[in-house]
Design a protein around this ligand. Structure first.
Ligand SMILES: Cc1cc2nc3c(=O)[nH]c(=O)nc-3n(C[C@H](O)[C@H](O)[C@H](O)COP(=O)(O)OP(=O)(O)OC[C@H]3O[C@@H](n4cnc5c(N)ncnc54)[C@H](O)[C@@H]3O)c2cc1C
Length: 479
């Protein structure tokens, strides 16, 4: 009992919901409409460099989402210590219509089970608190992330409460301020919650909440450009590289690659411009696995190193915007039910966003970003009503879909150099937490590239070796 799959939505839902949905796809663009739906969003179209990219660069970053621009910013920060670095960011879609960053829920939390993820959140939260010290630009408006301070509230059922306690200890040890609540304490703090089935809850006391993803992306971009990073509008469609065959200790032949140039196809044209470079950063988000394939990664025999692909692919996730005048108020946390269903407040006035991830066997088609409205009725609403009875009267006002940069291996970031392509670095696969970690990930990767090793947080456990050695780093009982 208490799980979304086993409950049914109130029968009135089936008559009222379909008419209340607004299809984002029917309007001019997903990007504009998705952000229009979110009060306070500040999306405006970007000016991208219409010229050809330079013929040479030191570092080419593929993907101008929040991760790519964070890496670019931090590379320029490091340059101050080590001298000039010519950095180009190549982005194929200046409208960001399918980029994960702008279609995300904008949340940041400390509540992970892996210390790397907790530290990434702590560092990123510190960065966001002091954002204008980092991303402020002289004579330009200060950055306002529209940060809503609000704890995440994770609910655990009896069978996993012990894992929540262990996670709590790890989080406290890493420096995160989290508290555990018994069902009675939970009810006292949030009287609108139905505590049936809840054995334990954990609640973030600081450094948690949500913010405007678009503002963070454009602030990174604005600052990086002011520091000399070159933005380029085009699609990376291939690489020129040289190969070198070496033998492993076991006697296997392995082909190593070194990229010499990146092929950048210009918008609305079949022409491409090769950009010679020393280093490539793969920050192509949900499409970073596909980008790696262009180098032959994953194309070798199944049981060989070259047969191991970069396990990142797009997975469609829906976010529903609901209105419920009688729903919980200002102190609403970002609630994650043990069924996997989540919701948080969206502005004031009884608006919320909600969603859940589908079961592996029910992953939707990723050829488009259409929203499945029935998914809300079947998989989201029942758990919402169970946990917050006031949600029985909610109305869905709009919805959108975005792609997770989903790491099929262990749903965690893949950060660092590829062992078979020794000048391609990765920052991808974050699967639902890449936005919040982008400030600290960008910093870490810049340290690795410019200084040859991590200085702030040791992220080496998140590199490719775990994939080659089949040792997944899984979050325990945490979305
Ligand atoms: C519904 C949803 C909710 C989410 N909620 C949260 C949340 O609450 N908190 C959180 O931290 N994270 C969340 N995420 C995850 C987060 O959005 C991502 O992990 C993060 O934005 C990844 O950033 P990115 O820069 O790697 O990817 P993107 O923003 O997708 O940027 C990658 C860019 O690369 C470009 N690109 C791809 N291939 C090429 C190519 N060949 N040439 C040129 N350009 C290319 C794309 O056009 C794209 O703009 C959510 C995601 C979704 C979909």
């Amino acid at each position: 009992p208490g799980h979304g799959e086993t409950q049914t939505a109130p029968s009135s839902a089936f008559q009222t919901i379909p008419n209340n949905f607004i299809s984002f796809r029917r309007l001019t663009s997903i990007k504009q409409t998705a952000l229009d739906a979110l009060p306070g969003s500040s999306w405006t179209p970007l000016q991208m460099n219409p010229n050809l990219p330079p013929e040479r660069a030191d570092i080419v970053i593929v993907g101008g989402g929040v991760v790519g621009w964070s890496v670019a910013y931090w590379l320029k920060q490091k340059e101050r210590v080590r001298g000039g670095v010519k950095v180009v960011v190549v982005e194929r879609d200046p409208t960001y219509s399918r980029a994960s960053t702008v279609l995300s829920a904008g949340g940041i939390r400390q509540q992970f089970s892996l210390s790397e993820n907790i530290l990434l959140s702590l560092h990123s939260a510190h960065f966001m608190r002091n954002i204008n010290d980092h991303l402020g630009v002289l004579n330009e408006d200060p950055v306002d992330l529209q940060f809503n301070h609000s704890g995440y509230l994770f609910l655990a059922s009896e069978d996993v409460a012990h894992i929540m306690e262990e996670n709590y200890k790890t989080q406290r040890y890493a420096g995160a301020k989290v508290s555990l609540l018994t069902p009675t304490q939970l009810k006292e703090k949030f009287p609108w919650i139905n505590t049936d089935g809840v054995a334990l809850a954990s609640y973030g006391l600081e450094n948690e909440g949500w913010f405007d993803p678009w503002t963070l992306l454009s602030a990174f971009r604005r600052k990086a450009i002011s520091m000399g990073v070159i933005p380029c509008c085009g699609e990376v469609t291939g690489f020129q590289y040289k190969t070198n065959t070496v033998s492993t200790r076991e006697g296997d032949q392995v082909i190593l690659r070194r990229i010499r140039s990146v092929k950048v196809q210009m918008p609305n044209s079949l022409e491409y411009q090769p950009v010679e470079c020393s280093i490539v950063v793969n920050a192509a988000g949900a499409f970073s696995g596909k980008l790696a394939q262009m180098l032959g990664i994953g194309n070798g025999p199944e049981d060989s190193l070259t047969g191991i692909s970069v396990p990142v692919e797009p997975r469609k996730r829906y976010i529903y915007v609901v209105h419920c005048p009688d729903g919980p108020g200002l102190d609403t946390p970002f609630l994650i039910d043990y069924s996997g269903v989540y919701f948080r407040r969206e502005g004031l006035g009884g608006n919320y966003i909600a969603g859940t991830s589908p079961l592996e066997a029910e992953e939707p088609d990723t050829s488009d970003l259409e929203v499945d409205h029935q998914f809300f009725v079947d998989k989201v609403w029942p758990s919402l009503c169970h946990r917050v009875p006031a949600f029985e009267s909610l109305k869905v006002s709009s919805a959108w879909a975005g792609f997770y940069d989903y790491n099929t291996f262990d749903q965690n970031g893949i950060i660092g150099m590829h062992p078979l392509v020794n000048n391609m670095y990765f920052a991808t696969g974050f699967s639902g937490h890449g936005l919040q970690h982008s400030p600290a990930v960008g910093r870490g990767l810049a340290e690795l590239i410019i200084e040859g090793g991590y200085k702030t947080i040791d992220l080496s456990a998140l590199d490719f070796r775990r994939i080659l050695s089949h040792e997944p780093m899984l979050e325990r009982n945490i979305v």
